[in-house]
Design a protein around this ligand. Structure first.
Ligand code: MLT
Ligand code: ZN
Length: 469
């Protein structure tokens, strides 16, 4: 350990309290490994400030010492964006978990101001307690934190209706790389005052500064929810259903999730005794939301849409418990993959019309080159985002298969998505995992401009080194 490092730990302890500067191996362990176990980082210390002022002081001290800083929320990301590098162990992890206050909720304005460490589930609960809805939703919501959701511009299950984290944000509070606090916490729906600076920090994965608080949009809370699982038989029919449903009920379609036959097969292999429906052909889990006491008009319109398409194999949730069962089935697909030894994951997005052809091409190409590999294809079809995941053949060691083939499989899937004017990353971000893809697919003016912004805000490259661009 160099002479300045113990001095930095002492300085940080004076800011946040010695108890909140973790250096012991066991205490730091959970902060140094990512959710998927892909990255095993090293750090000088893990620091847990209590508020924005302490975060700013920590950043100032690290900047003065020339030490890299890795902001971390719930550490649930899929791309290693919140894990320190594996090199010299000379970065400091700044955990935002103690910034966990709801600062304000404005019912009339339908906004909530929360600190970065509030879990997504707690933001949803605070909105619900006020009779409102915060619509960002995903499987990890009990443990992911809103600062991480914003830093990765998280998507999830209701993007079709409400947009991504970026679309739900009105204001931000950010600690800049030199420790200055940028207060953009305005709860304004209209504010035409030049560059929209807050958008720079959303999706930036902590490389331009650290988000410490946000003002978010809330929505009226629907009083009706119509959830159904329809066997559609093919991706093209799924698109027909989406168009017909939206023509019938418009933005009432809040979620539109697709499960291909192979994802259903993975669920069956992993959870043979689960008590959810067992469709044998591609299906769609759709949810429509409505307002008022009488759900007859919504039900009638949705039933007519299903009839129009001749879709008869439909499970309609008749109770909250049935609704939860349908959602559980969808949300357990990633768990099924883990249960079967893990997968080579993808998070691609395409213009909707290109999805059926992409899925056909990608499936044919992967199975031709890796015969026997098992697919798990599912995702947020309504917004063009599919998870095209590939598992080892049943008689192969999953970890060895991934080690040997992951890079080639990913190149194939990403090439096909990009060639169809899609994107290799829809909602999981870049982190460490997709850095080379960013460099490869966004070469030229686009990445140059990103690097120009990075240099302008963080000329010494101290914020989340080795991530993004
Ligand atoms: C999902 O949609 O379930 C996640 O984004 C993908 C995953 O957990 O693998
Ligand atoms: Zn997803």
């Amino acid at each position: 350990m160099s002479g300045s490092r113990p001095a930095l730990a002492t300085t940080l302890g004076a800011i946040v309290g010695a108890d909140h500067v973790l250096t012991a191996t066991a205490a730091c362990a959970a902060y140094l490994v990512d959710e998927r176990g892909l990255y095993d980082g090293r750090a000088l210390a893990v620091v847990r400030p209590a508020d924005c002022a302490e975060t700013a002081a920590v950043v100032t001290a690290c900047a003065a010492a020339g030490v890299g800083m890795v902001a971390q929320g719930g550490n649930t990301g899929y791309c290693g964006g919140a894990t320190p590098g594996a090199g010299g162990g000379d970065e400091v992890v700044i955990s935002l978990e103690r910034l966990d206050r709801v600062r304000d909720l404005d019912r009339a304005g339908a906004t909530i101001t929360v600190e970065a460490g509030v879990t997504l589930a707690a933001v949803q609960a605070a909105a619900e307690a006020a009779g409102l809805l915060f619509p960002l939703a995903m499987g990890s919501q009990a443990s992911c934190r809103i600062g991480g959701n914003l830093s990765t511009n998280a998507g999830g299950l209701a993007v079709l209706r409400y947009g991504m984290a970026r679309d739900l944000t009105l204001g931000l509070e950010v600690v800049l790389p030199d420790g200055r606090v940028l207060d953009l916490l305005r709860a304004l729906r209209k504010d035409n005052t030049g560059y929209d600076l807050k958008q720079l920090f959303i999706g930036a994965e902590g490389t331009l500064g650290i988000i410490t608080a946000a003002t978010l949009k809330l929505y009226p809370r629907p009083t009706q929810q119509l959830t159904l699982l329809a066997t559609v038989g093919s991706p093209a029919r799924a698109l027909d259903l989406l168009g017909t449903l939206r023509a019938a009920v418009g933005d009432a379609v809040t979620s539109f999730e697709y499960l291909a036959t192979d994802a259903l097969a993975r669920l069956e292999e992993a959870f043979p005794d689960a008590l959810w429906p067992r469709p044998r052909a591609p299906c769609v889990l759709a949810e429509c939301s409505g307002f008022g006491d009488d759900d007859t008009p919504l039900l009638t319109a949705v039933s007519a849409a299903l009839d129009d398409l001749g879709l008869a194999d439909v499970d309609l949730a008749r109770s909250e418990q049935q609704r939860r069962t349908l959602w559980r089935m969808r949300e357990q697909v990633p768990a099924a993959e883990r249960h079967l030894g893990g997968s080579v994951k993808h998070d691609v997005t395409l213009p909707l019309a290109g999805l059926p052809e992409f899925l056909d091409h990608a499936r044919d190409a992967v199975l031709a080159r890796w015969p026997g590999s098992r697919l798990s294809v599912y995702g947020h079809f309504g917004d063009g985002n599919v998870h095209f995941n590939v598992l080892a053949p049943a008689d192969h060691d999953p970890a060895a298969f991934r080690r040997e083939h992951a890079a080639a499989i990913t190149a194939l899937v990403h090439d096909l998505a990009e060639a169809a004017r899609g994107s290799f990353s829809a909602e999981h971000g870049i982190g460490q995992l997709k850095r080379h893809d960013l460099e490869h697919y966004r070469r030229g003016t686009e990445i140059e401009l990103m690097r120009t912004l990075k240099r302008a805000l963080d000329p010494r490259g101290l914020m989340n080194p080795g991530k993004l661009c």
